[in-house]
Design a binder for this molecule. Structure first.
Ligand SMILES: Nc1nc2c(c(=O)[nH]1)N[C@H]1C(S)=C(S)[C@@H](COP(=O)(O)OP(=O)(O)OC[C@H]3O[C@@H](n4cnc5c(=O)[nH]c(N)nc54)[C@H](O)[C@@H]3O)O[C@H]1N2
Ligand SMILES: Nc1nc2c(c(=O)[nH]1)N[C@H]1C(S)=C(S)[C@@H](COP(=O)(O)OP(=O)(O)OC[C@H]3O[C@@H](n4cnc5c(=O)[nH]c(N)nc54)[C@H](O)[C@@H]3O)O[C@H]1N2
Ligand code: SF4
Ligand SMILES: [Mo]
Length: 758
């Protein structure tokens, strides 16, 4: 008999609600959930084939330990955790916290586990958290910090209601990331009163639906954006009232923009000047306009500068804080912090002297921080729900560095390429086998959060991350194995008092035991978690213990923004509102609205002391000026190393059978380049860069610009330990080819040569 369960997809930042049909422990159908407060029934091709994530031959069954001859042997959890704990303690004792790093989160693996794994970083007295987010978005966060006063002032875009939408370096038709992507793109395209502009070197599926496609030369966005901004200033298309009321520093910026040689910069981008003028005018005159950007801008030349210029488009035209514009949004699960490098010098890395942004360190520098010759190198690494051996820049450098670690522990659901290099591999329950959540809550004015219940029991020896990290902290002696007083109070307290007695006791305990304070998540999990109940989990299922720390987050949000929480439908006073929000999250299988804002609340998100937007960011004005002296380089062939297609999804699906098309992850190439190189559809070829070479299959694609070729991201996995399937694209990328401020890689701009092979 088929049962239908509600959950959500985290294969992109949309986090759509799903209804999953299950029969005899297997997924038989996946549909969009009409009752989800945000996605309202939408889903895409990736989620539809989630069964290939849940059931495949690479799933890990039990903890593994690598032996001297390189093979893995099965060990018990107790044995694995005891040895890992003892080795971590020894490294901390002998070398201090700077010898430890954590890598994970931000991918599509799991989200709730992040609240638990970060405790290990604190236990190790380290701050080195490396994540995939820091190979794409940290330049953007850095700019937000300077413009708005806090790196967490993240921007979203109201594509659904905008009169003019500018898609820069993103292909939402395949990558999604905007509400109900394909439906939204089609309805925008059909509406003659609305304008869609796409800036992309490839005539993507999104570009084909656009009114204007600027098919620029890759890596020239900064020139193009500077030219558009200069036209806005020259033609008086800026919003003077907005600039006067909300911003400071416009004069300095304006002077720079007036000096931009518009025609020259547009020539460098190699797009028609008339089209650029049309775009600038459409954007400047629109009632509402927004900019949506992604990797094409952030992983290409001038990454951080691009993020600054892209934001100036909506700021100079007053498209912030209104319907159809760009907006701030609330956050429930904190996925980043604020770390201004001007204020904190201690936590620079040993080798590169790199500072964190939003609390995160960039994967590009990690191999050399491990190989660093000196006492102060990274010696132990825990990798959780990430596969840097394939996804970090320069695969060979990663493989070499990971092998040099004194301790590498990988927590994953599958035998990944990184796991193969580990000393210990710890099997996690999948996202569908544990209490999980959606970590990307990026909506405005209404923002939602989804706590997902388990749909399947885990494999007998796999554990959810909350359990793994709590046991590890116990094995390290950081927290006791039980909290009898807290457990007793939690168990005895009647529901109507909403855990106040428990919270009081917990507060008292943390006040006296300072050492326990960093471990609130695990303490809540082991105490309050044991007594939490919700109607939606059937009795044969585990209790929502892992959700216990969400009570603290719900209380914090209710305290910070009670009006928006109440507007989202939650009832309660100063003391009870947070608990009401928590209960809604626990009880609603379709996800819960957490905040509902009004557009006029926008200004309360600004964090500079004067409440203004600071437009004149000195480092950015200097970078803008430096464009004028930049040499024009035109490699024969530029590789866009990693794009999103119909059937790639980071490293989530390892079984190649999940792909309906493009089994080899073909290298797409313009017919003119193919002809020049003696290649045809289906040819095998060798692609070589400064870092290495890989064999590829050629597919002719006249949607590309001549001189530009493209390989997909998300291939190269060694399924069942066989040869890599599809391109290991990061064998071609280097760690040094990156942004000077954020060190985000320039993956979209890798000079290569390609030659035919027999
Ligand atoms: N199907 C699928 N969807 C996904 C994912 C997936 O693996 N598969 N991954 C998810 C993740 S983690 C992310 S971060 C997002 C990323 O989502 P996107 O950024 O939209 O995806 P990409 O295809 O990597 O890059 C977008 C576009 O950038 C263009 N581009 C390349 N170079 C340049 C340039 O110099 N300038 C400009 N303007 N454009 C350029 C490429 O041609 C490409 O069309 O997708 C998410 N969604
Ligand atoms: N050249 C090039 N490189 C790129 C990109 C590119 O465009 N070009 N894109 C970059 C981007 S934007 C991103 S986001 C990264 C993504 O790359 P990564 O950060 O490495 O993350 P994912 O591929 O999302 O997931 C990796 C692992 O999570 C595991 N996993 C799945 N579910 C769970 C779970 O419940 N628990 C645990 N513990 N593990 C789980 C999977 O088995 C997989 O091994 O790649 C980056 N690398
Ligand atoms: S749009 Fe994103 S979140 Fe929604 S089903 Fe597709 S991959 Fe999942
Ligand atoms: Mo990403």
């Amino acid at each position: 008999m088929t049962v239908v369960e509600q959950t959500a997809c985290i294969l992109c930042s949309r986090n759509c609600g799903l209804r999953v049909g299950i029969d005899e422990g297997r997924i038989t159908s996946v549909r969009g959930d009409d009752s989800h407060p945000v996605s309202k029934g939408y889903l895409c091709q990736k989620a539809a084939r989630l069964a290939y994530y849940q059931d495949n031959d690479d799933r890990l069954e039990h903890p593994l330990k690598r032996t001297a001859d390189g093979s893995f042997v099965r060990v018990s959890w107790d044995e694995a955790l005891a040895d890992i704990a003892q080795r971590l303690i020894a490294i901390r004792r002998d070398h201090g916290g700077r010898a430890f790093a954590f890598y994970g989160g931000g991918g599509q693996g799991n989200h709730l586990g992040g609240a638990y794994s970060r405790q290990l970083v604190k236990a190790m007295k380290s701050r080195f958290v490396y994540t995939a987010l820091a190979q794409e978005k940290t330049g953007d966060f850095w700019v937000n910090g300077r413009l708005f006063g806090d790196q967490r002032c993240h921007i979203t875009e109201d594509v659904e209601h905008a009169d003019v939408v500018l898609f820069l370096g993103t292909n939402p038709f395949q990558a999604h990331g905007i509400p109900n992507a394909r439906d939204t793109l089609k309805s925008l395209s059909k509406d003659a009163t609305r304008t869609v502009v796409v800036v992309d070197p490839r005539k993507t599926e999104t570009a084909k639906l656009a009114d204007v496609h600027l098919q620029l030369r890759p890596g020239t966005d900064a020139f193009l954006l500077a030219a558009i901004l200069a036209i806005l200033v020259r033609d008086g298309l800026t919003d003077r009232d907005f600039l006067a009321a909300r911003c400071v520093g416009f004069e300095a910026l304006e002077a720079e923009l007036r000096a931009i040689p518009i025609a020259e910069y547009v020539r460098r981008a190699d797009v028609p000047l008339a089209d650029v003028e049309t775009v600038a005018r459409a954007f400047g005159r629109a009632r509402s306009a927004c900019v949506r950007v992604d990797l094409g801008l952030q992983q290409s030349l001038h990454s951080t500068l691009n993020s600054y210029l892209e934001k100036l488009l909506f700021l100079l035209t007053g498209n912030l804080g209104k319907k159809g514009a760009n907006n701030f949004h609330s956050a429930f699960l904190p996925i980043l912090g604020h770390t201004d490098e001007r204020e904190d010098r201690h936590w620079r890395t040993a080798h590169h002297g790199m500072h964190p942004i939003g609390g995160l360190y960039p994967p590009n520098i990690l191999p050399s921080e491990i190989e660093h010759e000196g006492e102060d190198r990274v010696r132990a690494l825990v990798v959780d729900s990430a596969n840097p051996a394939l996804t970090g820049a320069n695969t060979a450098a990663y493989e070499r560095a990971l092998r040099k670690l004194e301790l590498l522990v990988v927590v994953d659901v599958a035998m990944s390429e990184t796991a193969r290099l580990a000393h210990y591999v710890l099997p996690a329950a999948t996202q569908l086998e544990k209490w999980e959540c959606t970590g990307f809550n990026l909506e405005f004015p209404d923002n939602a959060f989804h706590l997902r219940h388990p749909l399947f029991p885990p494999r007998p020896e796999a554990l959810p991350e909350p359990e793994i990290y709590t046991r590890l902290l116990e094995a390290m002696g950081e927290i006791p194995r039980s909290f009898p007083v807290l457990e007793r109070i939690a168990a005895r307290e009647p529901a109507r008092t909403r855990h106040v007695a428990f919270l009081g006791a917990l507060g008292a305990r943390l006040a006296t035991s300072k050492k326990l304070r960093p471990f609130g998540a695990s303490i809540l999990y082991r105490t309050l978690g044991r007594v939490l109940r919700t109607d939606r989990a059937r009795p044969d299922r585990v209790s929502p213990a892992a959700a216990a720390p969400l009570l603290a987050l719900a209380m914090e949000l209710a305290q910070k923004d009670p009006v928006a929480v109440r507007r989202a439908g939650h009832r309660g006073n100063r003391f009870t509102l947070g608990h009401a929000l928590f209960r809604a999250i626990l009880d609603r299988p379709e996800g819960a609205m957490v905040t509902s804002h009004r557009f006029e609340d926008t200004w309360s998100f600004l964090k500079h002391a004067d409440g203004k937007i600071h437009l004149d960011v000195p480092e950015m004005l200097a970078s803008l000026r430096a464009l004028a002296n930049e040499r024009e380089e035109a490699p024969d062939l530029v590789l866009i190393a990693g794009d999103r297609r119909a059937y790639n999804a980071n490293q989530i699906f390892r079984d190649p059978a999940w792909r309906r098309v493009d089994p080899h992850g073909a290298m797409r190439m313009h017919p003119r380049d193919a002809h020049r190189l003696g290649l045809t559809d289906g040819s095998r070829a060798m692609c070589t860069s400064d870092a290495g070479e890989i064999e590829v299959a050629i597919e002719i694609d006249d949607a590309l610009r001549p001189g530009v070729t493209i390989l997909p991201h998300g291939y190269g996995m060694k399924y069942r330990g066989g040869p890599p399937i599809g391109p290991e694209v990061n064998r071609l990328t280097t760690s040094e080819h990156c942004d000077p401020i954020a060190r985000t890689p320039f993956h979209k701009h890798v000079p290569v040569t390609v030659r035919a092979i027999a």
